[in-house]
Design a protein around this ligand. Structure first.
Ligand SMILES: [Zn+2]
Length: 378
């Protein structure tokens, strides 16, 4: 039995009925388990995604933060992908060369393995120092002669010239509380654009870890309300993510729902037919031979749960991150294998969940026994 919160965490308006409900979803997407049986026993929760009709914020009304643990074992590293590594490099170049992030004390909230912060600290001539916070961080506490430091714990405020926070705020049930801890600093935030997810009916982009999803309007509203002047909100990574740039200041903070409530209603009506469509396509592929899903990140894990909850139609998930290989998908218990293992398993079809990675996946398939690539646009 889950409790539905009554109001919008961002603007306080009364919450309407959810546009999407899924019961018994695994709460972790990026916490692979060491054996299939314990993976199937993974903690589950309820997804009750709701679009605020006052401010356009999208949130899980049934979210229970006590079910999630972002400690050791949580692994969402994506830099093994050339496409994603290029994205990180482009962002670092943008910050240093266009936004003049130089000689700055940079704090990164949710730094993961520290890859992005390291780029900003070691960027030639930038002369930055960095402190990264992440409870899942593993590695040395200090690097680059002390100019780069890591704290394997939650961020609770830290003096900074620049605060970076990428792919974290969507995991926070109370984003206003996070923004209130920032203090006077330039802020750069990256988070999925829920308008893109809704418009493209990307069912595997709704999962338990992402309890708070923004559009450009609701993200700008959240920052304005927290005492930031928003300088820019742009769309990056083929339009999938929002990139916000703010600085201390005052700005009008009026909630605007925009098209989100209508898009959410349309999504809720369209998802059942879309889901039936991919189950049929999966069954058709599986009749022809073994099927693998590329990527054991949140999207691939969620697709597996939606399309093959019993673990019978999909042979495995494949991931370039060595820390995930040999482990099992939370919820469904599918094995996670290295690309090099696909040939020996006799996999004939690879399904991808994000077209942004099409070129690099296609380039790796000949060495994987040459399975065919199936793109699943919704
Ligand atoms: Zn709201």
């Amino acid at each position: 039995m889950s409790v539905l919160r009554a109001d919008c965490p961002l603007c306080g308006a009364g919450a309407p009925a959810p546009f999407l409900r899924r019961d018994g979803v695994p709460v972790h997407q990026n916490l692979p388990l060491s054996d299939s049986a314990s993976a199937r026993r993974a903690t589950r929760g309820v997804l009750a995604m709701t679009a605020c009709t006052a401010c356009g914020f999208v949130f899980n009304r049934a979210f229970d933060p006590a079910l999630l643990h972002y400690g050791p074992g949580y692994d969402n590293a994506q830099a093994g992908s050339p496409r994603f590594a290029a994205h990180l490099n482009d962002l670092a170049r943008h910050l240093v060369e266009r936004r003049d992030v130089r000689g700055a004390r940079i704090v990164e909230i949710g730094c993961g393995n520290g890859d992005f912060l390291r780029r900003l600290v070691t960027w030639p001539g930038a002369d930055n120092t960095g402190i990264g916070f992440d409870p899942a961080y593993r590695g040395p506490a200090s690097d680059c002669d002390g100019r780069l430091r890591f704290v394997a714990d939650l961020y609770r405020g830290e003096p900074a010239d620049v605060v970076i926070c990428r792919h974290v705020i969507e995991h926070i049930a109370n984003p206003r509380a996070l923004l209130a801890t920032l203090g006077p600093a330039r802020a750069f935030f990256e988070t999925p654009d829920v308008a893109w997810i809704l418009r493209n009916t990307v069912a595997w982009d709704f999962f338990y870890e992402h309890c708070s999803l923004f559009c450009a309007d609701s993200l700008g509203f959240a920052f304005a309300r927290a005492g930031f002047a928003v300088r820019a909100i742009s769309r990056v990574f083929d339009g999938q993510y929002l990139w916000l740039e703010g600085e201390p200041g005052t700005a009008a903070a009026a909630p605007r729902p925009g098209r989100i409530p209508a898009l959410a209603r349309r999504y809720g009506a369209a998802e059942p037919a879309a889901a039936a469509g991919w189950r049929q396509r999966l069954a058709a592929l599986a009749r022809d031979g073994k099927v693998a899903v590329w990527g054991a990140g949140a999207k691939g894990v969620t697709l597996a749960a939606l399309a093959d909850p019993q673990g019978s139609a999909i042979d495995c998930l494949v991931d370039v991150n060595p820390a995930k290989q040999g482990r099992f998908v939370p919820g469904t218990g599918h094995p996670i294998v290295a690309p090099a293992a696909l040939a020996a398993r006799g996999v004939r079809h690879v399904v991808m969940t994000n077209p942004a990675y099409r070129a690099e996946i296609a380039a790796m398939l000949p060495a994987c026994g040459g399975p065919a690539l199936a793109r699943w646009a919704a």
